[in-house]
Design a binder for this molecule. Sequence first.
Ligand code: ZN
Length: 250
Amino acid sequence: MDKRNVRNVRRRKHLRQRRCIQYVAGVLLCCIMAVIFYSGFFMGCSWGKTIGPEDTDMALDTWEDTVCYNAQWNLILVNSWNPVPDHYEVNLVDVGGGERVDQRIYDPLMEMLEDAREANWGQLPIVVSGYRTKERQQQLYEEKIAVYRKQGYLEQEAEELAQQWVAVPGYSEHQLGVAVDINGATYDLYLWLQENSYRYGFIFRYPGNKTERTGIAEEVWHYRYVGVEAATEIFEQGICLEEYLENRNL
Ligand SMILES: [Zn+2]
């Protein structure tokens, strides 16, 4: 091999090495860009806003929205102005009596019911209504309207009256699986729950003095899981979930 050939071989080797380095650098750059993009995306989620009463027609059509909402699953607002999100999914677990709840609230719920025994003549309070499908909500709604119709109210009046007690299908917290109706042996149970439920992450969702904000007449039996942090703030400030979320969005 003469000198020129040796130089050519070296040059080709050098070129191959340079291409190899450029390729590795390119792949590394792509990885770094991907990490930056996704960390930014998830940070955006955790700081994402929660639906307030004024955001009634916020659509949940994108995957990003779904991820964000799941990240704040315990604070999803469902009331007369905010429907159950389209892509909402829930894993259910049995709580007896044919009722089911979101598995994430099972432990705090059971702990609360167990601790409430002493205020309930030693009996374990019962969950009489947990998760509901939209069809079940529709059935309850129609039954309530029928009751008022029987009392002589016109269709529209009967609907308006029913809505004070039973949420319109698609607008019930029960469809989230994080709300329960609790039955006790004595009314004392409800007084105990009003004072203590926040320790377990539950709130007295429809107090009589907040009907205008919640859209629902007082329901002493209905409890909603929001997590200990939010429940404590709601309890201490004497506000309802709508007001709590509004304050957070300010
Ligand atoms: Zn209820």
